[in-house]
Design a protein around this ligand. Sequence first.
Ligand SMILES: *[C@@H]1O[C@H](CO)[C@@H](O)[C@H](O)[C@H]1NC(C)=O
Ligand SMILES: *[C@@H]1O[C@H](CO)[C@@H](O)[C@H](O)[C@H]1NC(C)=O
Ligand SMILES: *[C@@H]1O[C@H](CO)[C@@H](O)[C@H](O)[C@H]1NC(C)=O
Ligand SMILES: *[C@@H]1O[C@H](CO)[C@@H](O)[C@H](O)[C@H]1NC(C)=O
Ligand SMILES: *[C@@H]1O[C@H](CO)[C@@H](O)[C@H](O)[C@H]1NC(C)=O
Ligand SMILES: *[C@@H]1O[C@H](CO)[C@@H](O)[C@H](O)[C@H]1NC(C)=O
Ligand SMILES: *[C@@H]1O[C@H](CO)[C@@H](O)[C@H](O)[C@H]1NC(C)=O
Ligand SMILES: *[C@@H]1O[C@H](CO)[C@@H](O)[C@H](O)[C@H]1NC(C)=O
Ligand SMILES: *[C@@H]1O[C@H](CO)[C@@H](O)[C@H](O)[C@H]1NC(C)=O
Ligand SMILES: *[C@@H]1O[C@H](CO)[C@@H](O)[C@H](O)[C@H]1NC(C)=O
Ligand SMILES: *[C@@H]1O[C@H](CO)[C@@H](O)[C@H](O)[C@H]1NC(C)=O
Length: 400
Amino acid sequence: MAAAEKAQSVEVCVFLLVLIVSSCQSLFYGGKTFKRELSVQLNPDASPSPSGFDLLHVRAVGQNDTLHYLFCSQGAPTLLLVHTNSISSTVKVNWTQFSAPNSSGGLTVEPQSSILYSSAVVFSRLWEYDDVNDTAEATSEFFPPYELQDFSWAHLNLSGTTSLLCGTPPNTINGSLCLQLTAFDSEGRVELWPRLLHSANSSQLEVWLDGLLPRGNHSRFMLELQAVGGAYPLSRVDGRQFIDDEFTPSIFKMFQWVSSMNGSSDILGFVQWKPVAYRKSHPLLEDATPCRHSDPRSQSGKETAASSGLIRAFYLDPAVVGLNVSFGLAGEPFYNKTMFLSWTMLVGVGAPPVDSFSPLVLTIMVVCLGTPVILLLLGGVFVFLYKKRQAATTAYEPIN
Ligand SMILES: *[C@@H]1O[C@H](CO)[C@@H](O)[C@H](O)[C@H]1NC(C)=O
Ligand SMILES: *[C@@H]1O[C@H](CO)[C@@H](O)[C@H](O)[C@H]1NC(C)=O
Ligand SMILES: *[C@@H]1O[C@H](CO)[C@@H](O)[C@H](O)[C@H]1NC(C)=O
Ligand SMILES: *[C@@H]1O[C@H](CO)[C@@H](O)[C@H](O)[C@H]1NC(C)=O
Ligand SMILES: *[C@@H]1O[C@H](CO)[C@@H](O)[C@H](O)[C@H]1NC(C)=O
Ligand SMILES: *[C@@H]1O[C@H](CO)[C@@H](O)[C@H](O)[C@H]1NC(C)=O
Ligand SMILES: *[C@@H]1O[C@H](CO)[C@@H](O)[C@H](O)[C@H]1NC(C)=O
Ligand SMILES: *[C@@H]1O[C@H](CO)[C@@H](O)[C@H](O)[C@H]1NC(C)=O
Ligand SMILES: *[C@@H]1O[C@H](CO)[C@@H](O)[C@H](O)[C@H]1NC(C)=O
Ligand SMILES: *[C@@H]1O[C@H](CO)[C@@H](O)[C@H](O)[C@H]1NC(C)=O
Ligand SMILES: *[C@@H]1O[C@H](CO)[C@@H](O)[C@H](O)[C@H]1NC(C)=O
């Protein structure tokens, strides 16, 4: 029993050491040394600028690869991410073709052979339902959805590597839906909650709804996302649990919608979010509201291509998987309380960033767990020595 105990305590100790070392590593080295060179272009090589929509291109060049982020408001807002294994890959747009409402193939990334992976997210619909019984169940009565492809989208407002796109529903003047894309050159967190950890291989998209008049007396909203891919679209959603909520108070979960080759554990690309939305633009803790998502479902590629100019232009045969993110649970205030909702996600390639334990939590763990472990270890060693001495005594006995 003592031996088992000792083995256990050694295990715990090794686990702790590994944890501390890896956390310290990620604190001091991880990702921080890896930097990408960012450049931003609005409507690349277009003359004149397209009318009625914008196309943003962010190039993020690494040591021997490039990420191309393309963000477009032709139809439903769409973010396309293309990963190439070359530092000189380029985006070519045939503007005549790209601007035509029914033609495909207007945008290519060249050389085609350098493309390692691509995926896109289309913000297709905003669903509203009247939650009369305050159950927050999607069985409630739905209003006709807002088709985001029908919104009037203003010009992209560009500042640095952040771009803001706002649109209003047809025939309304009150309220807007905005999407703000921020690309990053290295690891870090933005100041605003949920303070997701990003890397140089991901960018952040914040979506908010502001001042749109609710159509019901108990309105709640859902946002429908369509993930589009070539060979390997985003397919499954994985959940991850935390014990540390230092960066996103009261939230202990993270979800990631991932793409992998034939279900293997190597992740090619991801969309990542914490299940929380905020009811104010500069929220306090009480303005947080939980979110849920539905299971990803296969969708019609034709319909998605028809709704988004960027999808039509880049994908010849898009594979589409969709899900709904719904804001608010039973008992939570309805949308009318603040007439505001914001939700944030990260889009990137490779393995999604993982929050390591913060220094505060590490210290607490070391103090709380370390002391008993040392005592256990000492106990184990003592018992071991004692047993060994006893065994030695017994072994000598027959000789005497
Ligand atoms: C980002 O991508 C580059 C190139 O693929 C890779 O070397 C690096 O480890 C990645 N960084 C993170 C934080 O995933
Ligand atoms: C890209 O660069 C990384 C480190 O800079 C290296 O580990 C990797 O092998 C390179 N990949 C290719 C395909 O050259
Ligand atoms: C752009 O597309 C149009 C229509 O498909 C085609 O006629 C034209 O030649 C293309 N332009 C270039 C530069 O490829
Ligand atoms: C696109 O629509 C226009 C007018 O609606 C039509 O003239 C043209 O032939 C169509 N092009 C394709 C490729 O379907
Ligand atoms: C609300 O509850 C009432 C009484 O339980 C029920 O009759 C009604 O169908 C419910 N309405 C909805 C939209 O679920
Ligand atoms: C663009 O964004 C900046 C900063 O976010 C803001 O000050 C400015 O008013 C915006 N411009 C327009 C036209 O919305
Ligand atoms: C809608 O917007 C108009 C113009 O900004 C304003 O006068 C009106 O009060 C708004 N309606 C509501 C219900 O807020
Ligand atoms: C909302 O409530 C008001 C007053 O309680 C009522 O007159 C109105 O019919 C309700 N609207 C809906 C869509 O239920
Ligand atoms: C994935 O599966 C497809 C068909 O099921 C197969 O053609 C392909 O080679 C597989 N890819 C890998 C990397 O195993
Ligand atoms: C989102 O929810 C609406 C309403 O329940 C449903 O009609 C739609 O199919 C859902 N979309 C996805 C992608 O599951
Ligand atoms: C929101 O709607 C609910 C249900 O109709 C009502 O009780 C509440 O007073 C409304 N809140 C605001 C701020 O209008």
